[in-house]
Structure formats: structure tokens, C-alpha cells
Write a protein that binds this ligand. Structure first.
Ligand SMILES: [Zn+2]
Ligand SMILES: [Zn+2]
Length: 208
């Protein structure tokens, strides 16, 4: 079985949006390879120059992840030079990381579609698919509606924790009794609306 299947299976049993988690790790791991190519292959760097560099979101990811300080400096000196020379400043046409993700998400859709029952079976108490990914994933109507149902169930569980968290937080005396699930709840809700894994990313284990 495909490694991605096992990675996804693990993420579907954990809290938060499995697609957001997968995406975050995928992006972090892809950047190393991309920067290696930018630095060592002038043709690929030329392509990046024509594309106008990374999109806003992914530039932020590049900054946070810092795949290679030298690599970032070389690539962005290149882009800066193009900007300074060009009177009609080029606009961003195509972000390389967005392109990689577009291919990857189709792969994830195929796996979800084929093995949906497995994912439904391991679905965690606080697993949900965020707003953006509910719309982005192209699945059959019946799987889409099951996925939405499962998400609603988890969101209700999270809401219970969140209500209890607010109550305990309000009363100093109760603060010590706040559980991990309760203190996770507000972060999970933010992630649902942000459609982004905001907490530390899950590790995608390498399997053979
Ligand atoms: Zn998501
Ligand atoms: Zn992008």
C-alpha cells in the first residue's frame, strides 16, 4: 500500500484537519528539495523568475521553515534583480509550491475515494475536515456528505470542551482541572476557520 495511505490513516485518527496537517508537513518537506534545485539548476531558477516567486502564504512558510539561508538569498537576489531591471514589474503567475500541492491533493482524493471506509473507521473524536478542504476535495456526493457528518460530530465534541474550558478559565479555582482536550479546543476551532494547521505539524513517519 502507498505510503500516503498510511500517513493519512494516522492523521485521520488524530485531532484537527488531516488535510491541513498533511499539507503543512508536505510543504515543509518539499521546500528543501525545491531550494536545492533552485540553487543547483539555473534552468529551474529561470522558471521561478518567470513565475514571479512564491505566493504570499508560501513565502511566509519559506521564511518560517528556512530551508537554506544561502538558497533563499540567491533566489531572492535573483528576483530582486529582475524587479529592479524591469520597468513593468512582473506579477506572480504561478507559485511552485502551490503547483506541487495541486498535484498532491489529487493523489489524496484518489486514496480517500478508494479507501473511504478505512478513514471513517479510524476517525478521531476531534478529527474534522476544515472549511476550505471540505470544498476543495473532489469526492463523490455520498462520501462528501459522510465526511461533513463526521466533521459536525467532532465539532460538537470540541464545542463541549470549549464551553467547559471557558467556564473553568473564568473561575480561578477551577483552572487546575482544565484537561488537555479542553485547552486544545480553542486552537482546534481556530484551525477549523483558518483552514491551516497552526499548531506544530504532525510528523509524517516514513514507512516502507
Ligand atoms: Zn484543512
Ligand atoms: Zn503558493
Amino acid at each position: 500500500m502507498d505510503k500516503t495511505y498510511y500517513d493519512l490513516l494516522e492523521l485521520f485518527s488524530e485531532n484537527g484537519c488531516p488535510i491541513c496537517s498533511y499539507k503543512k508537513t508536505f510543504e515543509e518537506q518539499s521546500l528543501d528539495g525545491l531550494f536545492y534545485e533552485f540553487v543547483t539548476d539555473p534552468e529551474i531558477r529561470q522558471k521561478l523568475r518567470d513565475q514571479g516567486g512564491f505566493c504570499q502564504d508560501h513565502l511566509r512558510r519559506v521564511f518560517d521553515t528556512r530551508p537554506s539561508i544561502l538558497g533563499m538569498s540567491i533566489v531572492y537576489e535573483d528576483l530582486l534583480n529582475t524587479y529592479l531591471k524591469n520597468e513593468n514589474h512582473p506579477t506572480l503567475k504561478n507559485c511552485p509550491l502551490c503547483n506541487l500541492w495541486k498535484d498532491k491533493i489529487h493523489h489524496l482524493e484518489n486514496i480517500l475515494q478508494k479507501h473511504w471506509k478505512d478513514f471513517k473507521n479510524v476517525w478521531g473524536k476531534y478529527t474534522f475536515v476544515c472549511i476550505i478542504h471540505q470544498n476543495e476535495l473532489q469526492l463523490t456526493p455520498s462520501i462528501s456528505s459522510e465526511l461533513r457528518e463526521q466533521t459536525l460530530k467532532s465539532l460538537k465534541n470540541i464545542d463541549e470542551n470549549l464551553k467547559s474550558f471557558i467556564q473553568k478559565f473564568d473561575y480561578q479555582a477551577n483552572k487546575d482541572t482544565i484537561s488537555i482536550e479542553e485547552s486544545n479546543s480553542w486552537q482546534e476551532v481556530l484551525e477549523f476557520f483558518a483552514s491551516q494547521r497552526l499548531r506544530k505539524s504532525h510528523r509524517i513517519h516514513s514507512r516502507k
